[in-house]
Write a protein that binds this ligand. Structure first.
Ligand code: 0O2
Length: 215
């Protein structure tokens, strides 16, 4: 999860070995923290610039290093050994940044900004905004490589998309939710589509307001 940085990691001393008692990140954890900090600072620098004329494109930004437990669980799910190599080279979301914007256009503006640095390469892009997942999930996902070595996943979305994802995530983990699952899923999907339509209307309204301001 993105709201909770895990700090109780035992330092590891091995690079690629399976270290049941140590960190799956071996001795790379400080570098992961450093790269995350770099990415967060880039977002903050841009926000500062825009705050000067009251047009900060970002509502909030959350960063996290994937918890030991989640990373080990993901390795197992993917049939990978629980090693530093798997965590940092086979999987690409040890470092995660979620950028939440008010408007859809700002999501794409932030995408371009995050990719504009010389030490950043785009490895993969999944545009679940233009092509929503069947359950209604919308978000723009980038996998980037920073400084030629460290992978990070950047999720960019609007406030509506973020609210929906949080609710859906919550429900997915509430295994005891009773009642008609099909109906719940259909309702969730309907909400996602309505929110997407509202996002478009809000974008249009803002464009109209800005158009009038610039006349
Ligand atoms: P966390 O704790 O958020 O990091 P996978 O990583 O295997 O689950 P894939 O195909 O590698 O999936 O990547 P994808 O589709 O880009 O999704 C990665 C992340 O997007 C997930 O991370 C979720 O945070 C988010 N996500 C994707 N689909 C959904 C969805 O349907 N609903 C919600 N609420 N979130 C979604 P993790 O690893 O699950 O967890």
């Amino acid at each position: 999860m993105y709201n909770n940085r895990e700090n109780n990691i035992k330092p590891g001393n091995s690079e690629n070995a399976i270290v049941p008692g140590g960190s799956i990140y071996g001795d790379e954890r400080p570098m992961l923290e450093q790269i995350l900090h770099l990415l967060e600072t880039r977002v903050e620098t841009l926000r500062e610039k825009y705050r000067a004329d009251d047009s900060d494109p970002v509502e909030h930004c959350l960063g996290r290093i994937k918890s030991e437990r989640s990373m080990r669980e993901k390795c197992r799910r993917r049939g990978l050994a629980e090693t530093t190599e798997s965590a940092l080279q086979e999987l690409h979301d040890a470092i995660g940044l979620r950028i939440v914007c008010a408007f859809v256009n700002d999501v794409y503006m932030m995408r371009d900004y995050m990719l504009s640095f010389d030490d950043v390469e785009l490895v993969e892009e999944k545009d679940y905004i233009r092509r929503a997942k069947p359950n209604g999930y919308r978000s723009l996902h980038l996998i980037i490589r920073v400084q030629g070595k460290y992978y990070a996943e950047i999720q960019l979305r609007t406030i509506s998309m973020d609210t929906w994802a949080a609710l859906e995530h919550h429900m997915k983990y509430k295994k005891h939710v009773s009642g008609n699952t099909e109906l719940l899923e259909a309702e969730l999907k309907r909400c996602a589509d309505e929110l997407a339509s509202t996002d478009l209307s809000m974008q249009t309204l803002r464009d109209m307001i800005r158009g009038e301001q610039s006349v």
